[in-house]
Design a protein around this ligand. Sequence first.
Ligand code: NAD
Length: 331
Amino acid sequence: MRVAVFSTKPYDNRFLTEANSGHDLVFLEPRLTRDTASLAAGCDAVCAFVNDDLSAPVLERLAEDGVRLVALRSAGFNHVDLTAARKLGMTVTRVPGYSPYAVAEHCAGLVLALNRRIHRAYNRVREHNFALHGLLGFDLHGRTVGVVGTGKIGVCFIRIMAGFGCRVLATDPFPSDDAIAAGATYVPLETLLAESDIVTLHCPLTPETHHLINDDRIGQMREGVMLINTSRGALIDTAAVINGLKSGRIGNLGLDVYEEEADLFFEDLSDQMLGDDLFSRLVTFPNVLITGHQAFFTEDALRNIATSTIDSLSSYARTGSADIAPDALVC
Ligand code: NAD
């Protein structure tokens, strides 16, 4: 199959090329948007990442040019208009569970760095400032961690936190035996928010979970709570979180994702003024640690993403959607 690979970075090129089994991969650096969709003309499939635009107008343009398959290099598919894809007869695949460890371990990294202010200590020591004021943390052992969403990543994170000796509360419309076996206790979201010292989000972005963390929910959290989001930016109302940081209700904030990240993340903008005032405000807080959607970024995860993507392309080339692994087939 001829495949237009949008939002290509050197590492995508490397891992997809290594995994490829005879497909004609056309590596394109631009993000997929209305303006760039025409680059896929003559291709049977597009391969897209988290900030590519897969709204109805873009899908319509792709379909007009003969594209029949959208192969996502991500687990989440909130950025695809599935109704439009179905109407156009397009198949959409994703890479489920390519490495829940990568994301859960990064999440643990954010918790540890924020708690012990490692991001601040790093800068201080480089300037020969060995003072400890402002670096005071707390023992994780015995603290309560609230996990919102106990799928593949949530369960990995529960295991890690249980290893630290934390009490783990969880909430999910579909409770999992694995989460219970890992030591979590299921409670309603309200109880989780009221009792957790650390709240971490591992549910998908859907219309129901959009701005799950808003003024009201922040008001239900413990004073000084640590809030972590490695899932999708729009689970959090950024303006509400900034108010929570200003009031002290949120004591620490760790983000790997951001509502408006599409115009920022994955690019070097270091010589530009940022036009995003909310993001600019967030980075001024000493108790906020932001990474640019890198939780997935391990060699193991990239290899699994590439293998799983090539498998979906090959299955589709053989039999259409019939042969695609059920958990990879979105529609
Ligand atoms: P998963 O599908 O295995 O698990 C998601 C869980 O969330 C499910 O158990 C589901 O029942 C639950 N859920 C749905 N709605 C909920 C709600 N309202 N409240 C509580 N739980 C709810 O997904 P996963 O592989 O664990 O990934 C979770 C999310 O992580 C993905 O949707 C994606 O957005 C994000 N992600 C981020 C990165 C990154 O690099 N930052 C990488 C991969 C995935």
